[in-house]
Design a protein around this ligand. Structure first.
Ligand code: ADP
Ligand code: GLC
Length: 497
């Protein structure tokens, strides 16, 4: 296959800025594509937290003019760096007014009120940068609502621009809940013309919906697991866009995320107290003891330790856990939590930790090293998500021999095999109903297996640790989709409908 030129635009990229799994994906996929021989480049905002010195970012000559409709022209500085251990260029769009703030999207739990302008600006800057670099991509790969305006811009502002005559677009939906819905005044900043403010493109309930526009205008769309690509076609998971997605299902794909095993592997993990592999789990016992010590829990090896790492938001099923916790605390188990998010949850689970100091440990905040230590030291991992487009933590857990307890939705369902279904292939425990009873029952079931079928549990650990979700597999699937997009563009002979 011939080399493709791919420009990947995202609001967060590991290691520069991360709020969740999106950054893991955008930091890893380009490397896997590069290994397939493609010319991949990445663009992201230069947030205040992106350390120019640490990453040796170099300022490009001149400034980048970014037309912002009614706001006039904005000017950006562009910095260039690269993804660590690669030759993949990463361009950082700097604008003090939009990105010179502490948070990525919010501060102290409040979204920035100008997120529409910030990400319309960023999306337009991606297009302008592409021109400035004379990099005419075969595909611009946009991710989530933050960059969903790009496919719209390609079909409007740049529809007759020869630089983009053969450029197609892919929009990856990592989470349909967040759609970039704003007051319709943003149309004047996007500046594509009010004729596009209609129920079939950008309008929804008299406001602008950027993701909706992206879905309509992208040459292809994908979600980050197969199951989620089906789920979003239903009212339960479609967040009001299910009809639109059904109409556009002819260009919808589901590509399961991969995992960067150079970062998430107990055999080479520098963050854990003792590394281990499936043939000798003594290091895992050391990790468990250290984790119990960190959370001031009794250092018992005979008790199942459950881990939970994640954003404390509704999506992650924290309300189920909040209800279930009282029954769980009656059991002889320990739970350790690492997360930040909704304030009620932060307070609630901190209170549980003070009430049950021997059973529940809670760390509110964001800590990558602790996330690794929880994966390594826990016996089981809790992910009771209400919906989960892919989910990465359960896949990391597998590699560390930490059996996930998941709700059977989205990527959780695609990546975990139930103990009950096949004891030789089982890698975790699944429940189906989004109820606290179902969660409690499944935890009890896992505890029962831990105590009464220790060889079955040990076998599942081996199964889990042997599983691989490599990025090269996912990258090949993206390659197929990119090529379809390119073919489609060629058949339009450089014109846009
Ligand atoms: P989502 O993207 O919906 O948050 P994922 O499971 O795809 O869910 O990815 C979450 C990523 O963010 C994982 O890499 C996880 O380790 C990390 N993460 C989430 N919360 C924290 C936290 N409080 N501290 C450290 N890492 C976290
Ligand atoms: C989103 C989803 C999560 C997915 C991640 C990376 O944040 O919530 O399930 O793993 O994106 O694609």
């Amino acid at each position: 296959m011939s080399q493709l030129k791919i420009l990947l635009a995202a609001s967060e990229v590991v290691p520069f800025a991360k709020s969740g799994g999106l950054a893991d994906v955008t930091g890893a996929l380009p490397k896997a594509l590069r290994l397939l021989g493609h010319d991949v480049r990445v663009v992201m905002p230069r947030y205040y937290i992106v350390d120019k010195e640490k990453y040796a970012l170099k300022r490009m000559d001149g400034s980048l003019g970014v037309p912002m409709g009614i706001m006039g022209e904005a000017w950006a500085a562009v910095y260039e760096g690269s993804l660590p251990n690669s030759d993949i260029p990463v361009y950082f769009i700097e604008h003090e007014g939009f990105f010179g703030r502490k948070g990525l999207y919010e501060e102290d739990g409040f979204s920035f009120i100008d997120n529409d302008n910030r990400f319309i600006f960023f999306s337009r800057a991606v297009m302008q940068l592409s021109k400035k670099l004379h990099f005419h991509p075969d595909v611009i790969h946009a991710n989530d609502w933050h960059t969903a305006a790009i496919p719209v811009m390609l079909n409007t502002h740049y529809a007759f621009d020869p630089d983009f005559a053969y450029t197609g677009s892919l929009l990856s939906i990592h989470n349909l809940q967040h759609q970039g819905k704003f007051f319709k005044g943003a149309m004047d900043v996007l500046d594509v013309g009010w004729k596009h403010f209609n129920a079939y493109e950008l309008e929804e309930y008299d406001g602008i919906n950027l993701l909706k526009g992206g879905i309509v205008h992208a040459d292809a769309i994908n979600t980050v697991s197969k199951k989620y690509s089906q789920e979003i076609r239903t009212a339960e998971f479609g967040w009001g866009l299910e009809d639109l997605i059904n109409i556009n299902s002819y260009k919808l794909y589901g590509i399961l995320n991969g995992v960067d095993y150079e970062e998430w592997s107990p055999a080479i993990d520098p963050f854990i107290p003792q590394m281990f592999e499936c043939d000798d789990l003594s290091g895992k016992a050391v990790c468990k003891a250290q984790l119990q010590q960190f959370y001031h829990l009794p250092q018992r090896s005979d008790i199942p330790l459950f881990g939970l790492v994640g954003r404390l938001v509704e999506q992650k099923g924290i309300e189920l856990l909040a209800h279930a916790i009282w029954s769980l605390m009656e059991m002889d188990i320990q739970i350790v939590m690492l997360g930040a998010g909704e304030k009620w949850a932060e307070h609630y689970f901190s209170d549980i930790a003070s009430k049950y100091p021997d059973k529940f440990g809670c760390f509110i905040g964001y800590r990558n090293d602790l996330a690794h230590q929880i994966e390594a030291g826990s016996d089981l991992f809790l992910m009771p998500s209400l919906f989960e487009p892919c989910g990465l933590n359960q896949i990391y857990s597998l590699r560390y021999g930490t059996l996930p307890i998941v709700r059977a939705t989205g990527g959780l369902d695609d990546t975990i095999e139930n103990y009950q279904n096949d004891q030789t292939n089982g890698t975790g425990f699944k429940f189906y109903d989004a109820t606290s009873d179902a969660l409690t029952g499944t935890v009890k079931w896992a505890v029962d297996v831990w105590h009464n079928d220790s060889s079955g549990f040990a076998q599942m650990r081996q199964n889990a640790m042997a599983k691989r979700y490599d990025w090269d597999v996912a990258a090949q699937e993206y390659e197929v989709v990119y090529n379809k997009i390119v073919e489609g563009r060629k058949s339009h002979q450089g014109t846009r409908v």
